[in-house]
Design a protein around this ligand. Structure first.
Ligand code: ADP
Length: 337
């Protein structure tokens, strides 16, 4: 007689088109009932359009009927919404005092760190008026699949689930000119109507600044930690303090700070040139009461990979350190919880 473990394993091998994750990873498997040689599987229908449901049914029937001892297989869809199905363990928000300091880049690098640690990670691009996540992952032309109940995120090459307004616009570079309340609604929908399934970490790329926009996002989503990104040229001290105050008010811990565009390594001599002013990484870490996760240099290779949509190919000692420090900060927080 087939057992549930084998059935589940068989379901794990099926990757749903578009999302490229299995029904198990997407948390769609509601019930597996085995009696005699009959296997009954109840799946949540959330965000799956009729075409995908039919495809899934036939794939599952095909795979499960190969298992020894199975004579009959039934696949049923139970009506449900992504909100009922999603199980996201941790939501980490990435914020910055202003645009253009590399907030999205850092959000991308943090999710890559998690994916390389074999964690199920996603990015919710909440920077609605300046969405750059799909571009740096090379997903500019990808369109997510959707149904009446929701949308499937798209998967990056490393396996990061991504949702961004850019993926839904007809033209990648269409401008979004919506007002605040509509933007908040979109972000809420990205949380509730996107089938994230089971995720260990969802990284949220917040709108820049410390005004209403990022605040609303933090109130809308169950954020469990914040990473603050800054560059040496801005009024870093003031910005970091504002961000710290905001996180404190919301009782959300700061996991760490990242200084971007910290310096440039001169070719030849290897000398570090602090081209945007003196590094204030340690000072900012003290102000935030959180570790300095990385000081990222201005790196032409990084800029090139972002432009080409190949950020996942980036590797450097600095990235390795960022990864280690971030994982350390997460496990420290987990101990405190
Ligand atoms: P933000 O989200 O803060 O507006 P982004 O992360 O979108 O900023 O960064 C803007 C662009 O600046 C990136 O696409 C990348 O090309 C470039 N960039 C950011 N940080 C670096 C860096 N350390 N080295 C080289 N280029 C960088």
């Amino acid at each position: 007689m087939p057992n549930e473990k084998r059935v589940r394993k068989s379901l794990e091998e099926i990757l749903i088109p578009g999302a490229m994750r299995s029904p198990v990873q997407l948390n769609l498997v509601r019930e597996i009932i085995i009696s005699d040689q009959k296997v009954n599987i109840n799946l949540a229908s959330a965000a799956l359009n009729p075409g995908i449901q039919d495809w899934l049914k036939s794939q599952i029937s095909g795979n499960i009927s190969q298992l020894p001892g199975v004579s009959q297989i039934n696949v049923n869809f139970v009506e449900s919404t992504p909100k009922e199905i999603n199980e996201v363990s941790h939501v980490i928000a990435v914020m910055s005092g202003k645009g253009g300091v590399g907030k999205s880049l850092v959000a991308a690098l943090l999710s890559i760190a998690l994916a390389r640690q074999r964690k199920e990670a996603g990015i919710l691009d909440a920077d609605i008026t300046g969405p750059s996540i799909p571009k740096i992952f090379g997903l500019g032309n990808v369109r997510p699949s959707s149904s009446e109940t929701g949308i499937l995120p798209v998967l990056s090459k490393l396996g990061i689930s991504i949702m961004s307004i850019n993926l839904l616009l007809e033209h990648e570079d269409d401008a979004v000119v919506w007002r605040g309340p509509i933007i908040s609604k979109v972000i809420q929908q990205f949380w509730e109507d996107v089938l994230w399934g089971k995720l260990d970490y969802l990284i949220v790329d917040l709108p820049p600044g410390t005004a209403d926009a990022p605040l609303t996002v933090m109130q809308t989503l169950p954020v469990s930690g914040v990473v603050i990104v800054f560059s040496p040229q801005e009024l870093a001290a003031m910005v970091v303090k504002k961000a710290v105050r905001m996180a404190d008010q919301m009782k959300i811990p700061i996991l760490g700070v990242v200084e971007n565009m910290s310096y440039l390594t001169l070719p030849g001599s290897g000398e570090k040139l602090e081209l945007f002013g003196k590094s204030r990484g340690q000072e900012m870490a003290r102000a935030a009461g959180a570790p300095l996760l990385a000081q990222i240099p201005v790196d032409p290779e990084l800029a090139r990979l972002c432009d080409q949509g190949k950020i996942e190919r980036y590797s450097s000692e600095i990235l390795d350190n960022l990864n280690q420090n971030f994982i350390k900060a997460l496990s420290l927080k987990a101990k405190q919880d």
